[in-house]
Design a protein around this ligand. Structure first.
Ligand SMILES: [Zn+2]
Length: 276
């Protein structure tokens, strides 16, 4: 599934390649399944986006906002899979959940893995969508300061017990993070996934904050993770330190053996020797 760095990469590439193009025709999927979230009928979608121009795309959390001017915003979010640009003459993928052709005969397809939103809003209304509205501060915004993070942990510590992995992956407490990037963040912070956040001391909070900011920046810098594809069908350049390939291998930090555990709805890869 895409996480914040993949959405940021897509927004940059949309602006390089798609901004300014005019929509000839937009079609929803030819292979819909119940976990693709649409908010328009096929006819409505086609009618509303015909002749619109692609504006400046932006990413926030796990959402990509693509203005279709004038008046509309295409919202892709909480998805994985492939969002692909195709030059004129390219072959249309067999299955897709979104297919938009442009006046220069190039086209865009999106095919989500598992679930995801492909919705069209009147400009402004997208901000009222569930999960977009009231989204907390994301790690690439200037407001994501250590003081903000420190207060967030204080606030959460008074509620239900949460672990470091829960902080990074549940309830969009830090929007845009997910199970993949969380592994490397916890490794850099030297925290085990199940470390309770209510006993983090100042130094550990600082280490976790730094790990979040630096890891997100590193994945964005390298165009997303290696296990995801960008707008051009290329893999991202960021190879995770802690994933299934690391299991049984020596930890790059201390030489201990990397282990896999199942925790909070997914696999965690960590070094029990240096992640306490
Ligand atoms: Zn280690």
């Amino acid at each position: 599934m895409f996480e914040l760095p993949e959405f940021v990469t897509l927004s940059r590439q949309f602006n390089e390649t798609l901004q300014g193009k005019t929509v000839l025709k937009g079609t929803l999927g030819n292979s819909p399944h119940k976990f693709v979230w649409y908010n328009r009928s096929h006819e409505e979608f086609e009618r509303l986006i015909e002749g619109k121009t692609v504006g400046n795309a932006t990413a926030r959390g796990k959402w990509l906002f693509v203005p279709l001017e004038p008046g509309y915003v295409l919202l892709l979010g909480e998805c994985g899979g492939k969002v692909l640009f195709h030059p004129p003459g390219a072959k249309l993928p067999k299955k897709y959940h979104l297919y938009i052709t442009f006046d220069d005969s190039s086209f865009l397809t999106a095919t989500t893995q598992m679930w995801g939103a492909m919705e069209l809003y009147e400009e402004g209304a997208e901000q009222d969508r569930q999960y977009v509205k009231d989204m907390r501060i994301t790690p690439i915004e200037p407001e994501f300061t250590f003081s903000y993070f420190d207060t967030l942990i204080d606030d959460l510590a008074t509620g239900k017990k949460r672990s470091a992995k829960a902080l990074l992956t549940q309830d969009q407490l830090i929007p845009g993070l997910g199970n993949a990037i969380a592994q490397d963040i916890l490794y850099h912070a030297r925290l085990s996934p199940n470390h309770p956040i209510d006993d983090l001391d100042l130094e550990q909070r600082r280490a976790l904050y730094d790990a979040i900011v630096h890891t997100v920046a590193a994945v964005i810098e390298q165009g997303g993770r290696y296990d995801e594809f960008d707008l051009y069908g290329n893999r991202g350049g960021y190879v995770r330190l802690m994933d299934k390939n690391a299991v049984g291998r020596p930890c790059t930090g201390c030489g201990g053996v990397v282990e896999k555990i199942q925790y909070l709805g997914g696999a965690c890869y960590y070094c029990p020797a240096c992640q306490g």
